[in-house]
Design a binder for this molecule. Structure first.
Ligand SMILES: [Zn+2]
Length: 389
């Protein structure tokens, strides 16, 4: 997430705070100190109210963090990498690296968060009750009751069966297990997500117009957020499914134009870059591909040296992230294409160059797919008509 900074690490998971979180933290503290506490405790001193408000807000966000941490720790135990947890305006977000590959895993990761919130709610409730019976100060046990309620709400809200909320993931896991069809399960869970999102939006609008403006606006925001999230996460799941099925062999552009290693840069510019309008060429030395040469590299070379410099002397050697095998799935190629800084990968088999896959190929495929719907039977779609390769 943009505008986030790390506050610490737990079991290798980076804990981040987003700027938007600070706003919500300040608002909550302010509301507690100036409204909730003075309303419940007449004549409470302002400094006491602010002190308790800050502690309450901190405990509230620790609860959110523990909820996310529960997801993350279960995910780690299930063998999934977790990069970071970000606290932001709508709560917390654990960045779990990949979707669970079987419904049981998904269920356990999803349920861990709400379960933790329920337990926290119980603990705060018990502590508050105990303190109240022992005659402890109301200034402590009333806030404990509030924190217990907040955790119960957190658990219930997240259990709403709206994908990608926890409840939606639980729902998806159950349907997935029953039907053995992950795609169908994702579709149903996303549809309920969109439905709940709209329900919240309508409710929010209604609330806002019936006088409860702030709560209505807040509900509208959350509803909008859920609707968006349901739709984008559905598309993401579908895309990654699609790209996990198609292999590079079917997707690549064949008949790649190569340039010989002894070619000078001037010739490369005139007879290759301008002629073919590709920004990158594989470089061949006798019977092997030794690397690639691109416009970017040439641009940095002094023009007076173009005649005497050979392509071979400037070629970028073929590293791991520039090469895929024809049997690799497109998602693997995509990962490298978007990461390697070149925007392309060469498809190689036993030292032979079979084809190339570019960022444009992938984006065009996505575009066509979004226009024509599921086109996985038409993967052969001809994408090699002079793309920006
Ligand atoms: Zn959760």
């Amino acid at each position: 997430m943009k505008n986030s900074f790390e506050i610490g690490k737990i079991k290798g998971i980076s804990i981040e705070i987003n700027i938007s979180w600070i706003v919500i933290f300040a608002l909550l503290t302010y509301a507690l100190a100036t409204s909730y506490l003075p309303m419940n405790f007449e004549g409470v001193a302002a400094t006491t109210a602010w002190m308790i408000a800050v502690i309450m807000a901190l405990l509230f966000f620790s609860s959110v963090l523990l909820h996310e941490l529960a997801h993350s720790l279960v995910a780690l135990r299930e063998g999934t990498e977790v990069k970071k947890i970000t606290l932001f305006i709508f709560g917390g977000l654990a960045q779990i690296e990949q979707d669970a590959d079987e419904p049981g895993k998904e269920f356990r990761i999803a349920i861990a968060g709400p379960a933790t919130s329920l337990i926290l709610g119980g603990v705060f409730l018990l502590a508050g009750e105990l303190l109240a019976r022992l005659g402890g100060p109301a200034l402590i046990y009333v806030p404990l009751g509030y924190l217990s309620m907040v955790n119960f709400i957190l658990a219930l809200f997240n259990l709403v069966p709206a994908f990608p909320l926890d409840g939606g993931r639980v729902l998806r896991a159950i349907i997935w297990k029953k039907t053995k069809d992950r795609k169908k399960a994702t579709r149903i869970a996303s549809m309920t997500g969109t439905f709940f999102g709209y329900l919240l939006i309508f409710n929010g609008v209604f609330l806002a117009f019936s006088g409860n403006f702030l709560n209505g606006l807040w509900m509208l925001f959350i509803g909008w957020f859920i609707t968006q999230a349901a739709q984008t996460s559905y598309q993401q799941v579908m895309m990654s499914d699609l790209f996990n099925k198609i292999c590079v062999r079917e997707f690549m552009t064949k008949n790649v134009v190569e340039v010989a290693y002894f070619t000078d840069i001037k010739t490369l510019t005139e007879d290759y870059f301008y002629k073919y309008k590709y920004s990158i060429f594989p470089v061949r030395r006798i019977n092997e591909i030794m690397g690639i040469i691109g416009v970017e590299q040439v641009r940095r070379l002094d023009r007076t040296l173009w005649d005497e410099t050979t392509v071979g002397s400037m070629a970028q050697p073929l590293g791991e992230d520039l090469v895929v095998a024809p049997g690799d799935c497109v998602s693997k190629a995509m990962e490298k294409v978007f990461r390697n800084g070149v925007g392309r990968v060469l498809v190689m088999e036993e030292g032979e160059l079979l084809g190339i896959v570019s960022r444009t190929d992938i984006l065009n495929y996505l575009h066509i797919h979004s226009m024509l719907g599921s086109g996985k039977d038409r993967v052969g779609l001809d994408l090699d008509k002079g793309e920006d390769r």
